[in-house]
Design a protein around this ligand. Sequence first.
Ligand SMILES: C[S@@+](CC[C@H](N)C(=O)[O-])C[C@H]1O[C@@H](n2cnc3c(N)ncnc32)[C@H](O)[C@@H]1O
Length: 299
Amino acid sequence: MRGVDNSMATQSKTLFEQFLAPIFSHLVDRDALLRLRDSIDWEAGVARFTNPQVVYPNYYKISNFHGIKNGYLNVDAALTYDPITQYVLPPGETWVRESLVKAINGEPRRILDLGCGTGTTALMLKRRFPDAEVIGLDLSPQMLVMADYKAKAAAVDVSFRHGNAMATGLPAASFDVVCATLLFHETPPAVAKTILSEAFRLLTPGGQMLVLDGNQRTLRAADWLSTIFEEPFIRDYGQGNVDAWLGYAGFERVRTEDVFWLNQLSYGRKPLPVAERIEQPEGDRSAESAETVPLAQPA
Ligand SMILES: C[S@@+](CC[C@H](N)C(=O)[O-])C[C@H]1O[C@@H](n2cnc3c(N)ncnc32)[C@H](O)[C@@H]1O
């Protein structure tokens, strides 16, 4: 995404810059963004969130996501993310994100949002499950500063944590729900698979994994989408299959459904121990076997 500061260093004239950035610049209230930028103490916020133990993976350091140098390790990326994102999730950002929130079964006690960015989904999750502890984790301290600012402004109690979703350092079996929204189209598929293995480790037996992201079938059918969005890994993501990745990580009851035409929601459950499965009523067990996708070697 384009920054609000014209002096910001960017790649030379990408397709995004030539065609999409001029459109977005008309849609974004630049003065409001500058006021917001000046109202936040970024230096103090970044220092507060930065965990010096975090090691940035190579793909993250070298990729200029959305044409911005330094990708997400950048105040402009954090500032412009929300104003732009609202225009790239048809038919509407809230509707698309709600598909994930509504797909969660029961009343989870602990929810983890991996690659939480500016926290929009995490805030929605806390509003929907007020008794749950909701944690958002991201590699970008700048995005976390923005997320925390939004949560405090809205008086929504979500905690944010600097970390790598591939190896969070959080205790095993400590979350009932783990989710990732709009994360995997920005990571190499090998990273997405590692993140799903980490999510599997973090979930309690029976815990739910939800992945909301770009629609892989649509991306394969409409290659021009990958061209205009200029995400470094979006083509590889489109060639992959989140269902297969979930199955390979060990999840059962795997399924993916379209969310309008540009997005998809994938769901998997961490299996219960065998003893608990046997106690389940007959009906539940047959439903389980009908829905379970055999382990597949992921694309
Ligand atoms: C496109 S944004 C999505 C943000 C948010 N989930 C949303 O739905 O708006 C991708 C986010 O993933 C973060 N990210 C990328 N790789 C990550 C990793 N390995 N661990 C944690 N966060 C990561 C980026 O810093 C960025 O904030």
